[in-house]
Design a protein around this ligand. Sequence first.
Ligand code: S3P
Length: 427
Amino acid sequence: MKKIHVAPLAKCHAGVFVQGDKSISHRAVIIGSIAKGVTRVTNFLEAADTLNTVKVYSDLGVKIEKKKGEYFIHGNGLYSLNQPSQPLYVGNSGTNIRLSLGVLAAQHFTSVITGDNQIVKRPMARVIEPLTLMGGRFESRGGKSPVTVHGQTLKGITYTLPMASAQVKSAILLAALHANGDTVIKEPVKSRDHTERMLKHFGARITVKDRAITVKPGKELAARDVFVPGDISSAAYFIIAGLMVKNSRISVKSIGLNPTRMGLIEVMKKMGASIVIRNLKVKNGEPVGDVVVKTSKLKGTVIKGGMIPKLIDEIPVIAVAAAFAKGKTVIMNAEELRYKETDRIETVVKNLKLIGVEAFSTADGMVIEGGNGKPFKYASIDSFGDHRIAMAFSVAALSGENGMLIKDIECVDTSFPKFYEIISSLR
Ligand code: S3P
C-alpha cells in the first residue's frame, strides 16, 4: 500500500489546471457509443474509473481510439452494441455500472456487469427497480452486483425518484431512449444534469421542466464533439487549500461550473470565502470558467436539503474546511454519503477526530466544531481506499502542525491521478 507524507504549506500563489470532469467523461463514452458517427472527446479524464468505461464499451464492440490526446468513439446507433464474451468490469465506478445497466437493459443480448470490492457492496436495486418497471429483466446478488442483464424491449414509464441520484436518473434516461412510449422522470431534489445536457447536445428529444424530464424515444443520437471541462470536484481540493493556507491565492482554470455542481462555491461563500469567477463561457451546453480564491477567515454554517446533491462529492473536503473555520458546522440530509465508495459520514468523522477535531456523526450527516484556524494535529490517516478521503485529508495536512501521513493512496487514481503531482507543484 502506497503512503505519502504531506508537509504543511506556509503560503501559496498558483494557477492550477485540474483533470477533466469524471461525470462528463463517463457520459461522453457511453452516449458516444450509442450515437451514430464519430464522437470526438477533448480533455477526456484519463483515470482508472473512466478508462474502465472505455474498456467496457470496447468489450461491447465499440471502436474507441486515442489520437493526439483526444478520444474518438465510433458509435453505430442505439442497438449496435455486441454481446460481450466476458463479464463487463467497471472497477470502482458507480456511474459506469448504473448508467450502463440502463443501456444494457435494452440491448438484445444477455450480459453480466460487476466491479471491485467496493462496488459489489453498493446498492444497485435503486436502478434495477425502475428499469424492471420498464420491462427490464435482471438477476442480482440481493440488489448488488454482479448483475446479469437479460436485454428486453422496454416501455416508457412515469417515475418519481425516491432519492436525489443523478446515476439513477441517468440510467432511466438512457433506457428511455430505447423504449416504446415516452418516459417522464420526476426528481425530489434536482441532481446533476450532465446527461440531460449531453443528450440534448446529441439531438435527443428531451425536455426539462422544473424537476420533470420527458424523453421521447425513436430517434437515433447524432455524434458530436465534446469538450470536457476541468472537474469541479477535483478543483475543490485546491479551492479549499487556497482558502485555508495563509497568504495564498490560487486560480483553478477552465473548470465546469454547471449550476447543479456549484454547491461548493455557494457554501464556501456563505462561510466567508473570497471567491471570484472569471472567463465564464458555455461549451457544448456546459458552463466553464476559472475560479480564483484567496485566504479567507471561514465561519461555520448549516448545509442541508436541496444543497446536498450540489456538493455531495465535496463533503469530505468541505468538512475539513469546516474543521478549520470558526464555530460549528452542521451537515444534514446527507444520508447518501453512506452509500459512496466508503460510508463517508463515518470515514470523515473518524479521521477528523484523529487530527484533533471535535466532530460526531448523525444518521444523515455530521456536526463539526471548528478550531478557528488552529493547525491540525499530526496523524496517520487511513483513506479506507476512498479517493475523496485521501485527497480531503491531504488538504488538511497542508494546514497541519507537522503535516500528515496519508495511507493507501492508490485509490486517488480512480478520479485524479495527477493530484499529488499538483499538490507538490504548489510549493
Ligand atoms: C455521479 C452522481 C453522484 C456522485 C457521483 C457521480 C454521476 O452520485 O456522487 O460521484 O456522475 O452521475 P449519485 O447520483 O448516486 O448521488
